[in-house]
Ligand binder design. Structure first.
Ligand code: ADP
Length: 220
């Protein structure tokens, strides 16, 4: 079943979200105030319109109320982003995702009820920093300010050992939630204590950042 999305603001971020959703076969309404931006998406999105999303009547006329999930990707203009989010909230949109420009913006968006606030530059910066610090960190997903999930390539200190031998939970306070062999699609979720780590395995670890860092320093 096709799901309906609207993307407001077709800059680098909103444009990329719009393109990806469309390629996945989703119905997307693309909105921007600039004609040149909208023209780029005429053949990509299901509908592409020139409109100012801070105008409540315009949003109503576009039938935004019938859309499941709206992504607000207005960049620099924080005031327009906040106002648009507030109106979408008042119109009763089911799910609103908003790109935040800075921490203050993020705080306001959370306060007015945005369902999901994203900070792409900051989050990508964190991911890159982690992979620069350790070549073995393949991916990093922030769960909260101090908890994460990381994908770690098994190091020589881990290979050939079982989870019970390593006792990561007792020694480091974090949990191996899955093991995925590098060249296979089969992910072993909730591995047994007797599971042995092999060369090229990737461990998916969840825990407090300080515990994950300690694990990285000592075992990676
Ligand atoms: P990025 O960093 O993702 O490239 P930009 O600031 O370049 O972000 O892009 C934001 C887009 O949002 C621009 O294309 C701009 O025209 C659009 N935009 C700004 N205000 C509004 C508004 N009120 N309604 C609709 N689109 C808007």
């Amino acid at each position: 079943m096709k799901r309906e999305f609207a993307v407001i603001g077709l800059g680098r971020f909103g444009g990329s979200v719009c393109r990806e959703l469309s390629e996945e076969g989703m119905e997307v309404l693309a909105i921007d105030t600039q004609e040149s931006k909208v023209n780029k998406f005429r053949n990509i999105a299901s509908h592409a319109v020139i409109a100012d999303a801070t105008d409540e009547n315009v949003l109503k006329e576009l039938g935004i109320r019938n859309i499941d999930h709206v992504i607000v990707a207005i960049g620099e203009n924080i005031q327009a982003s906040i106002l648009t989010t507030l109106m979408l909230k008042e119109l009763g949109i089911n799910k609103i995702t908003v790109k935040a420009q800075n921490d203050y913006h993020e705080k306001v968006l959370n306060k007015i009820g945005a369902d999901q606030v994203i900070h792409p530059e900051r989050d990508m910066g964190k991911k890159i920093a982690h992979s620069i610090i350790s070549n073995n960190i393949l991916d990093h997903l922030e769960l909260s300010d101090d908890h994460s999930i990381v994908e770690i390539k098994a190091s020589s200190k881990l290979i050939g050992k079982t989870l019970v031998e390593l006792d990561i939970r007792a020694n480091y306070g974090c949990n191996v939630v899955a093991i995925k062999p590098k060249h296979s699609k089969d992910i072993n979720v909730s591995p047994m204590a007797s599971e042995m780590i092999r060369e090229d395995d990737v461990l998916i670890l969840i825990g407090a950042d300080k515990d994950i860092s300690r694990f990285e320093r000592q075992l990676i």
